[in-house]
Design a protein around this ligand. Sequence first.
Ligand code: SF4
Ligand code: F3S
Length: 391
Amino acid sequence: MERNEVFFDENRKSLDKLEKRLDISRREFLQFCATVAATMGLPAGAEAAVAKAVESAKRPSVIWLHFQECTGCSESLLRAEHPTLEKLILDVISLDYHETLMAAAGHQAEAARKSAMKANKGKYVLVVEGAIPVKDNGIYCKIGGQKAIDLVKECAADAAAVIAIGSCASWGGMPSTDPNPTGASSVAEVLGKPVVTIPGCPPNPYNFLATVVHFLTFGKLPEVDKLGRPKFAYGRLIHENCERRAHFDAGRFAMEFGDAGHRQGYCLYKLGCKGPETYANCPAIGFGDAGENNWPVGCGAPCIGCSEKGVGFTKPIHQVARMLNVAPPLQYPRIVEEQGKAASFASAAAVAAIAGAAAGAAVMLTRNLGLSHAAEEAEKARRDAADKAKV
Ligand code: SF4
Ligand code: F3S
């Protein structure tokens, strides 16, 4: 019997209840669990463990704060056009305070936040959407008469975990771009300690959901990189998994929007695609759940590096990306060789030379492909320092 069938068999009663409560089929529920497990990079069959945790664990209380932002992160999570996911999200977590979604307003809303924090002291998850203005003593953003800078500190004090959702909360995002008139800062900067970050403008809802489900399934947050980003989602460059990568390697580029290359799906590097310097899983898991290839590059728009500090909203859209690691090969092996003729000394020498160059290129490529995340970051820091020295 397959693991999923065993799970169905053992949990038939609770799944029956779940089906009624969510008004979705158990197949849809398991599909959701499989998607989340795959997003986390868990092996096949792990969806049963995820399903068990989601179905049986007490929903964690979530306090969701909004500061300097456009609410796009919440919009992306709820995706009104797809009610199943919305229902599941609201079933996985107990959203006890969310300024833009809750029915309560004014004093009632603030009372709901305080009572949820008291009832779940040390156990709730704090999610912060938006940057926090710190200039002029944080006067530029107030909620319920309280400054954002104070509110986030108060709510973080007794939280079991803090998640910064979206680029604004993760690293300042759009509000922090030069000249940053309000001193928009990230959650980690304000709290003075690392937090889990899920950057993106907006971030992919599955990355948030997978982070929460990881917390539910394993009792801890997922492994993160030095910027607090879950490695399962931000471990690789977009360029490494892009469906247009073969065109990049072959030197086939769209040169203008709407030209023949653009229409044929060629690489968007020369239109300013920032995939080569942006870490995210957009090409791997798609976006918005609206169908295949639904992510910026898949739709023909260059990646603007919305999740990457120093790239998104900072580098001009037309500027070509800096290649962080994988360079195009210098030579390609010949794939059609003439048959049946004895090689002359000269042609053998030429073939040997080409083979040597190809071997060199392969070594270079292998070396580049093998660079670890840490080595890539060290290389980036070295290049940044060299650029500064030039100025
Ligand atoms: Fe894809 Fe952009 Fe890389 Fe081209 S440059 S392969 S479009 S990520
Ligand atoms: Fe953003 Fe680029 Fe992904 S623009 S959504 S990081 S493809």
